[in-house]
Design a protein around this ligand. Sequence first.
Ligand code: GRF
Length: 194
Amino acid sequence: MVKLIGGNKIRTAVFISGSGSNLKNLIKFSLLKNCPIKIIYVVSSNKNAKGLDHAKKYKIKNQVFEFKRKTEDEDKILKNLKRNKIDLICLAGFMKILSGKFIKKSKTTILNIHPSLLPKYKGLNTHKRVIKNKERYSGCTVHYVNSKLDSGQIILQKKVKILKSDTPNKLAKKILIQEHLLYPKAIKKLFFSL
Ligand code: GRF
């Protein structure tokens, strides 16, 4: 596990694919005085990702890799991680599955945020599935990334009550608000052992 040494902040990359609200939130968090991370590099798997605007606005180095040739793209990203001395990767709405080889070779700590109470509802369309199954609670989870989808060790979770009036969209919005609180909290837990 990467450690916070002296006053040096953890050099962090954020991987996105879409609207990037978690990226925006992590950037704001990283700018706080006592925050343990500094965001150096953003990778998007989608050239039209709105999240790229946040990286540009804050002048963070950003690159698009569409994973059409996964091995080649992963190799290029690995080189850039090394070049930028990245120690931590935060997946935030990143819709590609990183290979076991990438995870091993990156020599970084990799975290992900997933919009369900893992180990329940791994994968896509979580909100639709929890509502269909008449669950009373859903939520979000920050976990370590390993080579199995949404299966790494859990760091923190937040429960959200599902109302009868909730649609998948309404639930997604409620959970996203909690994601924005949970990701910074999980990072602080890791690096400050809170
Ligand atoms: C979040 O709900 C995240 O947990 C999920 O995709 C959504 C992405 O949101 N994997 P954003 O791109 O951070 O706004």
